[in-house]
Structures are given as C-alpha cells and as structure tokens.
Design a protein around this ligand. Structure first.
Ligand SMILES: Cc1cc2nc3c(=O)[nH]c(=O)nc-3n(C[C@H](O)[C@H](O)[C@H](O)COP(=O)(O)OP(=O)(O)OC[C@H]3O[C@@H](n4cnc5c(N)ncnc54)[C@H](O)[C@@H]3O)c2cc1C
Length: 392
C-alpha cells in the first residue's frame, strides 16, 4: 500500500509537515539520511515568533532564554539592550530535531533514519522514492531535505536562490557559561557582507559564528577568529567547527509541482536579514501539510496551492527583509547608532522577534517613506553587484 505522503528530511520543516499530516489521519513516512539524534550546523536560536508557530511546547529542549542583546559595530565597543520578556530560546539542533521527530512519531508518522534518499520517480500523480535501504510509494512528497537537498533536483523543481554561507563553532564551558552571557546574545554588525557575527549562549557552551554572502565565504575564517579575539575566546580551541549554506529564494521561483512540494531550506525560505530559517521551516512545513491534505482529499489537483500560500503569506515578509538587508549593509553605522539610541527602534526589533509585529508592519509604520525603501534598496543592490563584478 502506498503511503499518503512521504516527507524527506526530519529537520524542523519536515517534522512539522509529518506531524501535521499524521495528526489529521494521513499515513506518513518521514525519512532522514542521518542517524538520530543528529546535529546540524546552526546557531540553534528559536525566536519567540518561531516558537509560537508550534502547537507543542519547546521548553523541554530550551537551554537558555535570551532577554537582550549585546550589539557591536565591526567589533567596536559593545552596548547592551534588554527587554522584559523572552526574545529567543536557545537550543541545540540535536535536541530540538529529535524532540520534533518524537512528536511526529507520537502523532502517527513512521520514522526511518539512517536511510538516504537516492532517487525519485513521479508520474505526475504518484511518487516512488528509492533510498539506500528500500523503495517507497506515496501519493504526495514533501522535500524537506535542506539546503543541499536531492528532492528538488530529482523532481526538476529548482527554486532560484541567492546563496549565503555561515561558519560556527562552540566554546565549551563544562560548568555553565559565564553569567554575562546567560541571558544575552552578542551580535556584531556591519563587518560581514550581507551577514553578521554572533555569540549564542547554550547550557554548557557558547556558540560563536559568522555568516555572509557566499561570494564572501573566504572572509568567514578570519572574521570568526577576529570575533573570538574580540570576546576573549581562543579561536583555535573552538569545538565542532563547521559551515553550511543558507539559500535565499528569489520571489516567485518554483517550489511545488504536481504531487511534490519543497519546504524550509529546500525551498530557500531563509529570512535574509536575520539568517533565521527555523521560523519559516515551521511555517512552510505546516502550509505544505495543509495543501497535501486538500490534495489527498481530492479537493485540488496538485500541490500548487502550497506555492500560492507561500507567495501570499510568507514571501512578502521575506521580500521586505531582503530589501532591509540591502539597505542595512549599504551603510551599517547609522542603523547601529539608531539601535543604540532609539527606544522605539529597539522595541520594534523586540516585537518583530516575538512575532507581535512584522516587516510589513514596519513598512506601514514608515508610511510614504516605504517608497524610498524600494528605491534605495534597489540602488544599494545595484551598487553592490557592480562593485562585486568590478572586483572580479
Ligand atoms: C551556521 C548556521 C547557523 C544558523 N543559525 C540559525 C539560528 O540560530 N536560528 C534559525 O532560525 N536558523 C538558523 N540557521 C538556519 C537553519 O539552520 C535552517 O534554516 C533550518 O535548519 C532549516 O530547516 P529544514 O528543516 O528546512 O532543513 P534542515 O534542518 O537542514 O534539515 C534537513 C534534513 O534533511 C536530511 N536530508 C538531507 N538530504 C537527505 C537525503 N538525501 N535523504 C534523506 N534525508 C536527507 C538531513 O539529514 C536533515 O536532517 C542557521 C544556519 C546555519 C548554516
């Protein structure tokens, strides 16, 4: 008997999709190539806006609750901003992802780990997924296999993306992280093309990382060393140093075809300004599951309603974030100065992270100035690309 749906990839997007489908009575196979629990290159920061997308309580895997940030501009003197409510939960992906898989299995999904998908065949209405250990058939397929996933390639759905990369490692503190980091993240802004440096507190270590556009990947190592030096960590003692891609979808590009949909990083749904991907992984996983349920019920002919839902409800936010990213990186110092001095700006940032306001609300708040955002973001992008091609 074919499954109703196969979900490939048991990260936050895949587990959310599998749980949402199984909860509604669909027969679901959730596959992952890694043996669980597995880790993944990630800061493990789950913003309150991300956590609020989950119906299940994430607190059992939360190691720290962040209440504020220690900002710096290009490794200059830091300044602190604090909020009186939680902003971000800090977890480790090995724990979060295993916990979400457990929840999917508890809802009825069948989970097979250590079973990489090798190929996919689809006749437009059904799919056959071949893995290293077997072959499985289903009526719908959700590709949640991350930034370098195979499902998009195998099914010819290739969302166009801009590429960023990040590199991170851990500073161990076996007896607990220093008190000044327990409720604070460090964010160093303006020193990396399109990205930033971070220090994230966990139970027994600090996670230290840097991200940038892929063309600036060669700067990551030295920038990570500089960040460590700035905070008094020994770069050569960083544990578990690893990097990974962050794909950023070009609006409108294809993420669904026939009975197949791509979610999370496989669809390039990273928030460009923050590099946050867990939030949209949760959201897109849920949206793809809803579209698959309608398809399985015979209410739709394919999973194209999923792409329309992403384009209507998710992509507009990511598009504003992409514009703000260009604007910010054109001239970071004034924005960092505003973050330092303006209570209103800091509060907006807190509300955004907590999911109480959105990027679109920001545009509404600035009124006619939003036209300037469009014009200057486009100009900043043109100038960046011109400089880049001149440098090549
Ligand atoms: C260094 C770094 C730091 C980051 N920090 C943060 C952060 O602090 N907060 C945040 O919100 N986002 C962060 N992100 C982004 C975040 O990690 C991703 O957006 C998020 O993991 C996307 O989830 P996903 O479920 O789409 O994919 P993933 O979490 O990548 O999961 C994909 C799964 O698919 C499996 N898979 C792949 N290929 C196959 C195959 N052939 N067969 C079977 N299974 C397969 C993999 O084993 C994996 O388990 C960071 C990214 C990087 C690189």
């Amino acid at each position: 008997m074919p499954y109703d749906a196969i979900v490939v990839g048991a990260g936050p997007a895949g587990s959310t999709a599998a749980r949402s489908l199984a909860r509604e009575g669909a027969s679901v196979l959730l596959l992952d190539r890694a043996r669980f629990p597995r880790d993944k290159p990630c800061g493990g920061g789950v913003t309150l806006r991300a956590a609020s997308c989950q119906e299940i309580d994430l607190l059992p895997v939360v190691e720290r609750t962040v209440m504020g940030a220690r900002f710096s501009l290009r490794l200059g003197s830091p300044f602190e901003r604090r909020y009186d409510e939680p902003l971000t939960y800090m977890t480790q992906r090995s724990r979060l992802d295993a916990y979400l898989v457990e929840a999917a299995a508890a809802a009825g999904a069948e989970f097979r780990d250590d079973d990489p998908v090798r190929s996919v065949e689809t006749n437009g209405r059904n799919v056959t997924v071949r893995t290293e250990r077997g072959s499985y058939a289903a009526r719908a397929l959700i590709g949640a296999d991350g930034a370098n996933g195979v499902i998009g390639r195998a099914t010819g759905i290739r969302p166009e993306t801009e590429k960023a990369v990040a590199l991170e490692g851990n500073v161990p503190y076996p007896h607990g992280v220093p008190a000044e980091w327990r409720e604070f993240v460090g964010l160093d802004l303006g020193g990396l093309a399109g990205g930033y440096g971070w220090v994230f507190p966990k139970g027994d270590h600090l996670n230290v990382g840097v991200g940038a556009w892929k063309y600036a990947a060669f700067t990551l190592r030295p920038k990570l060393t500089d960040l460590c030096l700035r905070y008094g960590f020994r770069a050569e003692a960083l544990e578990n140093l690893r990097g990974h891609h962050l794909p950023i979808r070009v609006p409108g590009s294809s993420i669904a075809r026939g009975p197949v949909a791509l979610v999370g990083d496989a669809a390039g749904l990273i928030d460009p300004l923050s590099g946050e991907g867990i939030h949209t992984a949760f959201q897109s996983g849920g949206m793809a599951a809803r579209a698959a349920l309608q398809y399985l019920a015979g209410e739709t002919d394919d999973l194209s309603p999923y792409q329309r839902a992403v384009d209507r409800r998710l992509q507009p936010e990511l598009t504003v974030s992409r514009k703000l990213q260009e604007l910010f990186h054109f001239a970071p110092p004034p924005y960092v100065a505003v973050m330092r001095r303006s209570e209103k700006f800091w509060l907006f940032f807190c509300h955004l992270i907590r999911g109480e306001l959105t990027y679109l609300d920001f545009l509404r708040m600035i009124g006619p100035l939003r036209l300037a955002v469009d014009v200057f973001a486009a100009a900043a992008r043109r100038r960046r690309l011109a400089r880049l091609s001149a440098a090549r």
